[in-house]
Structure formats: C-alpha cells, structure tokens
Design a protein around this ligand. Structure first.
Ligand code: ZN
Length: 187
C-alpha cells in the first residue's frame, strides 16, 4: 500500500530536517481563508499561482469547494479562521472541469450498491429522512455555485461584520483566476 512508501519517505524527511524551510506559525501571514476543491491538479498549482507560501493562508478543501450547509464543517472552519486565527478575508475558489460539476448522484448510489451497500441500508437512511441523492448532488454551473457559496458565507449570522468574501474560478491547467464576485467592503 502507498502508506508504506509514505512512512518510509517521512522517516527520511524528518531525519534530513527538510521541514526547516516550512517553519511558520498557525496564523496566516496574508490573513486569508480560502475554500477550494480537493482536485489533485490544485495541490501545488493553486497556492503557487496565488503566490502563497507555507503559512500564508488557511485552506479548507472538500469536493467542489462548496459550502453546502451554513452549519457544516466548512463554515465552522471559516469562522474559526476568522475569530481564532487572525484571518480577515475569505475567498471561495472553485474550478473549471470539476468532478462535482454535473456529478450524477444516481450513478454514485449505483456504485455504492455494487460495492456492497445493501438496499436495506438505503431504506433505513431514507426512513431517517436523509436524501442521499440530494446530499451527493454537485452543481450545474460553476459560477452560480461560487455565487451560492459566497452568499451563504456573506449572509451567515455569525460572520464578523465587514468581512470581505470573494468568489473566483481557477483554471486547473493554467492557474488563471477569473473573478466572479469581488467584495469591496472596506476592511
Ligand atoms: Zn473540483
């Protein structure tokens, strides 16, 4: 398994003190909190295309970079970054060609069933009022989805007053950022 390779590398990494160039604090130097997608193409491209080094920003990732619930863990992370970690500006950055764009949740459910999740399990979840199809659903239009997430953050009752919340779309090939919403609230 890959974990063995990772652990072997890690031992050497620490022994060689390679961590020294990454030393920083838990407070983001550029006072930014970024919500973005877990897409593998963005691992290094996104921070480098924004000139972000280790320690510069809080980066929250999930499938799509979507804030799907006002009291979910992504929103909680934003609030913790703003209140406890000295961040003061929020950026939602989704991307073209996202796996969550037009994801077919019926197909995903079918894969779960093929993987061994029983019909009874789905019945139980349905009985408990959990709509798996809706829960797994992605988005149709990336710009609209950016606007929705920005609005959810911006209108959140616990957001510090005056926090700028921007929305952008990144090209996962070139790193080019297109602005969807630029919040001009004075900081
Ligand atoms: Zn994505």
């Amino acid at each position: 398994m890959m974990i063995d390779t990772v652990l072997e590398y890690n031992e050497q990494f620490v022994k060689d003190r390679k961590y020294e160039e990454f030393r920083t604090t838990k407070f983001p130097n550029k006072k930014m909190v970024i919500v973005t997608c877990m897409d593998t193409r963005l691992i290094e491209l996104l921070p480098q295309s924004m000139n972000l080094r280790n320690g510069d920003a809080k980066i929250i990732k999930n499938a799509g970079g979507v804030i799907s619930h006002p009291f979910g863990s992504a929103m909680r992370s934003i609030l913790v970054a703003l209140y406890e970690l000295k961040a003061s500006e929020v950026c939602v950055i989704m991307h073209h060609g996202c796996g969550m764009n037009n994801i077919n949740s019926v197909e995903t459910i079918k894969k779960m069933q093929e993987g061994g999740v029983s019909k009874q399990t789905f019945d139980t979840l349905e009985f408990a009022g959990i709509d798996i199809e809706k829960w797994l659903a992605g988005f149709e239009n990336v710009e609209d989805s950016v606007r929705n997430s920005v609005n959810m953050i911006k209108k959140h009752p616990l957001l510090p007053i005056g926090t700028p919340v921007h929305g952008l779309v990144i090209d996962p090939e070139t790193g080019k950022l297109d602005v969807v919403v630029k919040d001009d609230v004075p900081v």
